[in-house]
Design a binder for this molecule. Sequence first.
Ligand code: FMN
Length: 242
Amino acid sequence: MTTNPAANPPVIDAASVDAAITTRMSARAFLPTPVPRTTLEHILQVASRAPSGTNTQPWKVYVLQGRSRDALVDKCCSAHDALRADPSLAEQYREEYDYYPEKWVSPYIDRRRENGWSLYGLLGITKGDKDKMHQQHQRNFRFFDAPVGLMFTLDRVMGRGSLVDYGMFLQNIMVAARGHGLHTCPQAAWNGFARIILPHIAAGEDEMLVCGMALGYADPADPVNGFHTPREPVASFTHWLE
Ligand SMILES: Cc1cc2nc3c(=O)[nH]c(=O)nc-3n(C[C@H](O)[C@H](O)[C@H](O)COP(=O)(O)O)c2cc1C
């Protein structure tokens, strides 16, 4: 007999739930320590409890480790270098959906700038240091040295709402990973290279790339992981109506 899930008591250890959420951060340096497949499967199974409109569960996950990971890293790092040498190649590398706005406005552009310059400042990268910026950006295409790379696709027939569902699934993965001492970095940086990635992972014709994600044990000694991003206070984004 299955128990009624609605009859379950509230999660007693609320502090652990909060800690899993608040200790999640985008790690950008990982140790080479492998992650057992059973752990990855468990995280994905837990994450799949994410809600989705009419339970459509629109997510599809590709787990890259070892050779498949390394080969993709090589292909995309080469493409990234080639793009720098010949910016006209950008035509070939269009993202399939607009993750960011075409025209940035305040306050988002201010937060974006603050985020970028705080990170570069921490790494000692100054404005105009194009080589270092390129190298740092390319760390994305090495999954920041994480041993596990995840790629997420969505069937193109689905609507924009499926991206809302997807966000919940992605966040579940990142939060569940914390329960195993793991860290993550969600990565839209890969999206421009969909035409390299989709054939590499043998995705179907109907699949579009949503984003990638690095997953592994964060390197606590690397200063980049000391980057703590600010948040607006609750009062600044909440309207209480009577
Ligand atoms: C969907 C998504 C895509 C992202 N893409 C990238 C990326 O390509 N590279 C990167 O370094 N960070 C990426 N980030 C991380 C954000 O920069 C980060 O979440 C934000 O600055 C807040 O910091 P925190 O995650 O450490 O709390 C992405 C985040 C999300 C949610």
